[in-house]
Design a protein around this ligand. Structure first.
Ligand code: HPA
Length: 235
């Protein structure tokens, strides 16, 4: 498909090979303005702002995914397949379902379970297990160790429901799953299908086990510096 695409108005070459992908368009702007040098706005279709700039001399883009697997499915597909993007690092938030993880801790999503239907499109004769790119994951672990941040590597659950009538999030904890969010499984599927790389880094914004620790929307937008620095270092 030629560019621009149905959801991205950028021109060929406007995106760097690496794209950081928060869920929230405001956080995309915040990252561009606070972490990138000379950021240029390359997309604003539907207010989904995408910027390209540099970090320590490396060309890097940042664009929001919106919420949920259908949304990140669209943006990551178009970036991987039509804009020659090689790696997408999701910098998101999640709810923790693990007793060792507290608000502001970091989850590196080695793999993603889901209740969504995204992988059914491939017509596979079994169940696909969406996993992170190992090199990105290994580098992220190294940066977490160097920085001394609290982190855990493991499985995450990408749910299609934020408001879940069955309140099923915590059930995944019995399988050792660390947190609940809404995007990683689709991102990992698209990366696998395109032969590209992806990693999801999530800051714990709320805990199913320690609800008194939960952060506000404003804190979520501004206080995730450690996660962004990890993503920028490994990019
Ligand atoms: N559920 C789903 N997605 C989320 C959550 C949650 O509790 N917290 C942050 N993203």
């Amino acid at each position: 498909m030629p560019v621009p695409t149905p959801h991205i108005e950028a021109k060929e070459g406007d995106f760097a090979r690496t794209v950081l992908m928060p869920g929230d368009p405001l956080r995309s702007k915040y990252i561009a303005e606070n972490f990138l040098e000379n950021p240029v706005l390359v997309n604003n279709v539907r207010g989904v702002q995408g910027y390209t700039g540099t970090y320590k001399g490396k060309r890097i883009s940042v664009m929001a995914s919106g919420m949920g697997q259908p949304a990140i499915g669209i943006y990551s597909y178009e970036l991987f397949n039509f804009y020659n993007v090689e790696q997408i690092i999701r910098v998101g938030s999640c709810g923790s379902i693990d007793k060792d993880l507290h608000v502001r801790d970091i989850i590196l999503a080695q793999a993603a379970c889901t209740n969504g239907n995204y992988a059914s499109q491939y017509g596979l004769p079994g169940t696909f297990a969406p996993i992170a790119d190992f090199e990105l994951l290994r580098k992220a672990v190294d940066v977490c160790e160097e920085k001394g941040v609290r982190y855990k590597v493991g499985n995450i659950f990408s749910s299609d429901m934020f408001y879940d009538d069955m309140d099923s999030g915590l059930v995944w904890a019995k399988m050792g799953v660390l947190g609940v969010e809404m995007e990683s499984a689709a991102l990992y599927c698209n990366a696998a299908r395109a032969g590209k790389k992806a990693l999801c880094i999530c800051t714990v914004s709320d805990s199913f086990l320690y609800p008194e620790e939960n952060t506000t929307a404003e804190e979520r937008q501004n206080s995730f510096t450690a996660m962004m620095e990890i993503a920028l270092e490994i990019a």
